[in-house]
Write a protein that binds this ligand. Sequence first.
Ligand code: ARG
Length: 268
Amino acid sequence: MKITRSAFLRNTALGLCAAGILSACGGGTTENTDTETVGDGSSDVWTVGSEAGFPPFEFVGDDGELDGFDIDLFKAIGEKSGKTIEFENLPFDSLIPALQGGTIDAAISGMTITEEREETVDFSDPYFDAGLAIAVQESTTDINSLDDLEGKRIAVQIGTTGADTANSVPNAEVTTFENAPLALQELANGNVDAVINDAPATLDAIATGNIPSITVVGELLTEESYGIAMPDGSENVEIVNTALAEIKADGTYAELYRKWFDAEPPAE
Ligand code: ARG
């Protein structure tokens, strides 16, 4: 599937504007008591890690439970593959170490499939196309591209592709935050000049009014695909891919996409 970057921004913005999704930006952890067989792939209970400060993909709902597109998608994967899924809210930069240490079976967290990560974990087939966008205060006029960020103050979420991109900008002063909403709030407060974050998440924060007076500028900086991460060599990769294919074929994926993005899923 190919979409132009500007078409992506336009479509996503339209979709997210109508979605009206509320988010909780705070912490909160779902209980996980089943740790016996975690990580070995043979359990009927899978512990799935996610950094739940990334609406509409994952966030802590009013009832304290994890909710969002990724969460619904993994619940559907659990149903298709006969697994009971228990979610655990973990810092984003601890998800890969948790997979390596065998304390979680999988991570779904709007996580971009990158070559670097593929050296340490296995990914499912891609399930969502995204990309990085620059956000600035509405009043900012001199930032429209990555080049314009030279020497500027940039806020990012720790351990993300946005952080990597920000760190590549010459002379930029990069500040890292535990989650993306905190980075965006720092921008709204005027303490940084820009945020580099996944476009769908930033656009959602703008559309829901969670973060005031900020806007997205320029074109997408990258084209990225999200995948579900599993321990290196995990036999669950095949199970997850089979379930994903079924979910796409039987309309479940389209249903979830409409629910969370209020738009038709892109054609493959
Ligand atoms: N897609 C970006 C990455 O993989 C950011 C993901 C952040 N996800 C989250 N749940 N906070 O680095």
